[in-house]
Design a protein. Structure first.
Lengths: 420, 331
């Protein structure tokens, strides 16, 4: 059998194209997420180990200047330069239309760190003063502050994670010189996150919603970020090995691995929206008569037995993000990163995950697609790379699962004054 | 679509604010997009009206134009909602427009949040807009597991106290009937049956997150209607029989038992019928038995886990080994 190959050169080319040429117009629906797109690009080049060699110091300085160009005068960062109508026009009445954005602030800070900036131009105090204003009564965080300081955006763990991450980056180990800035309500946030665990062990965007791997990652990430600087708070059950919540979570994450792949499903003509995972069993129709006339015993007796599955018949297995959905590249990352943070990565089948990524979603021109045969995009490319980096793929830098940046970037963070 | 704002008399008194991407001050923009000219023009007028905090009909029209090109723009929606309320616009009309936009951009979530912002106005909607459930079913016909649509529906239930509304459970059952593996529908059913019956912001946390409650009490109902739980368990059994390898009803049943403070052992007899000697009719039944045996019969539990690892679930071999080790046994 031919060993799957990780095509470093192609990936580097793909990323350099994304960095140095215009993204196609189709990306305008992602205009407001440019800070995230920037992170996916810089992060990809850093994980590939070529950020320093393929960009000049002048270019890196230019990128740093653009990131600071996206900083809002009152602290925090915009998601893109498109909301900026000029500092000279900014007033208390219109500033809500050009607000700092929670995810963008986190990604801007990570971008600066990836580029080796020392964050000296970050309005650190203002940013930390802004954070608690985004926290709601129930402990969750919003996305932006609207008119009159209202908290806008869904109740959603993504914002909780980016807020916890920002607090982590800027307060650091010692909170040096910001001791007097009021902190967020950490216990309330932890309570909110724990309430998001669903009956099946996974974690949803908010309490009693359906568990989802992206939100599960955000929950675990937040809890790890929050550990820093809160020694007096009892660790959350969710991240305490041996607790029922922890073990249910690990079991749910392990259950996400599947050989039913998006792009390879039967009845593919139904298109992308149909991401339902089938199994090889027939579904009986749901008729009243069926259970009305026969006893449950008879019905079970009538079911056919499963055929044992030989291990060597399954070569690839990726991950889905919800129960009964199909594998998609980014979920190799979301589930894998959560398991890595919980120190339980070993429960998954890494060899089959690697084969899935390399043989099924790695693209010929470089990058990764979402499903089998899909064209590459920035998000799936980065998460495909990082999932392989977690498994020690040759040629990729080691990646920290919480910050989702290279160990080099994390070391740089730890060299900042408030971390020593 | 934009016909060109620069030549439109309605916009003659507005000076557009060009995009300042920082390049003039020497910065090198990241994630640059090949913007079409009509997008650049519309957004430069948007910056101008936003800077003036203008609440007007023309600004409202402009937001629609920008949304049609970039529905994920995070401030344009907040601005639009603000204008709608300021001009006292007909919100039902807005909902009708949103229906079309939602069907066009199935993966967008800002649209749903905007809908929630509008419908949450008690002044305009003291009760649920009557066409909501029909429209949501239309959305589910496109994608029955759309996360944002389910989030909105969850919010509707809490906001208008619809836990016992016949339409809710009917729609859930229709969707499960059409696709028994629709885990989103199963989850919604769980929320209707076992979720907190309060629309306070932290109601979702009453039994799940209070820091003073003991971990084993979390997720439990304060008062249990045993008949309702029995009915639900019977429903789950019926659906398991339709497709025994489908995880959703198995986990639903676990959740129902947990919420009621009842044990997995209660289903031992039912579950054992799926595992008779070498004939296994559901791997989830094997796992269920392993959990039941884990309490007092560790050897039997290991037998079950070994069966999963060797025969029925080889992808999770490492996980089943982990579970065997957790029982204090050698894998």
């Amino acid at each position: 059998m031919v060993e799957p190959i990780f095509n470093t050169e192609r990936h580097v080319k793909y990323y350099l194209r994304c960095l140095k040429t215009f993204l196609p117009s189709a990306y305008i629906s992602n205009d407001s997420n440019r800070m995230l797109l920037a992170y996916l690009t810089l992060g990809g080049l850093d994980v590939l180990g070529v950020l320093q060699s393929k960009t000049t110091p002048e270019e890196r300085q230019g990128y740093i200047d653009w990131l600071y160009h996206c900083q809002v005068p009152t602290g925090g960062f915009r998601g893109f330069s498109g909301t900026n109508f000029g500092d000279e026009r900014r007033t208390a009445d219109n500033e809500a239309w050009d607000p700092a954005n929670v995810p963008a602030t986190f990604f801007a800070l990570v971008n600066l760190l990836i580029l080796g900036d020392d964050l000296s131009r970050v309005k650190r105090r203002e940013c930390l003063e802004w954070l608690p204003k985004l926290q709601r009564e129930d402990g969750s965080f919003g996305e932006v502050l609207g008119p009159n300081g209202t908290v806008e955006g869904d109740r959603d763990l993504r914002y909780c994670c980016c807020a916890s991450g920002t607090r982590y980056l800027l307060r650091g180990r010692t909170g040096k010189s910001v001791e007097d800035v009021p902190d967020i309500d950490v216990s309330k946030l932890i309570s909110f996150i724990e309430a998001c665990q669903s009956y099946d062990g996974g974690i949803a965007e908010s309490p009693f919603r359906e568990s989802h791997s992206g939100h599960t990652y955000c929950a675990v990430g937040s809890l790890l970020f929050l550990r820093q600087g809160t020694d007096n708070i009892e660790p959350a059950q969710l991240v305490s090995p041996g607790s029922a919540k922890f073990e249910a979570l690990v079991g749910w994450l392990a259950s996400r691995q599947t050989d039913k792949l998006l792009g390879e499903e039967e009845g593919e003509e139904e298109g992308e929206e149909d991401e339902t995972e089938g199994d090889n069993q027939e579904v009986s129709p749901a008729t009243e008569a069926e259970t009305g006339t026969e006893s449950v015993d008879d019905l079970i007796r009538g079911l056919s037995g499963m055929t044992p599955i030989a291990g060597d018949t399954i070569s690839c297995a990726g991950f889905n993000g919800r129960c009964n959905k199909l594998a998609d590249t980014c979920y190799s990352f979301w589930n894998g990163a959560a398991l890595l943070m919980l120190d339980r990565y070993s429960v998954i089948d890494d060899a089959r995950n690697r084969k899935y990524l390399l043989e099924k979603t790695q693209h010929l021109v470089g990058g990764f697609g979402k499903g089998v045969g899909d064209p590459p995009d920035l998000l799936h490319s980065y998460f495909g790379l990082v999932s392989l980096a977690f498994q020690g793929e040759a040629g990729l830098a080691e990646v920290d699962p919480a910050l989702v940046a290279t160990k080099r970037t994390v070391q740089h963070l730890h060299s900042l004054p408030w971390w020593s | 679509m934009a016909e060109g704002y620069a030549n439109d008399t309605e916009w003659a008194n507005v000076t557009p604010i060009e995009l300042d991407d920082g390049s003039e001050s020497g910065a090198m923009p990241l994630a640059t997009i090949a913007y079409p000219p009509e997008y650049l023009e519309a957004t430069s007028y948007l910056r101008a009206v936003m800077a003036a905090n203008e609440m007007s009909e023309r600004a409202l029209k402009l937001t629609k134009d920008v949304i049609s090109m970039n529905p994920a723009h995070y401030t344009v929606w907040i601005y639009r909602a603000r204008i709608l309320f300021a001009l006292d616009k007909d919100l039902v009309e807005e909902l009708n427009w949103l229906n079309g936009v939602s069907l066009k951009y199935l993966k967008n979530y800002q649209i749903w949040h905007h809908r929630q912002v509008l419908v949450s106005s008690r002044t305009h909607f003291p009760t649920m807009p009557t066409k909501e459930p029909d429209f949501l079913m239309e959305m589910f016909a496109q994608d029955s597991k759309n996360y944002h649509v389910w989030t909105y529906r969850h919010w509707l239930v809490r906001h208008f106290k619809l836990w016992d509304s016949p339409r809710e459970i009917e729609d859930v059952e229709t969707l499960i009937k059409a696709d028994v593996r629709n885990n989103s529908a199963w989850n919604h059913r769980y929320m209707l049956r076992f979720g907190p019956r309060d629309d306070e912001p932290d109601a979702g946390m009453v039994n799940a997150g209070k820091s003073q409650s003991k971990p084993e009490e979390k997720g439990r109902l304060p008062v249990v209607d045993e008949d309702l739980v029995d009915e639900d368990l019977k429903y789950a059994q019926k659906q398991i029989l339709r497709a025994p390898e489908n995880r959703s009803p198995w986990w639903y049943a676990r959740g129902a038992l947990h919420a009621a403070g009842r044990s997995l052992g209660e289903w031992e007899e039912f579950v054992a019928k799926f595992v008779e000697g070498d004939e296994v009719k559901s791997s989830h039944a094997v796992e269920w038995l392993a959990d039941v045996y884990a309490e007092a019969e560790k050897t039997k539990a290991v037998e079950m886990l070994t069966m999963l690892k060797d025969k029925y679930d080889p992808i999770r071999k490492n996980y089943w080994d982990y579970r065997i080790r957790m029982l204090g046994q050698v894998a």
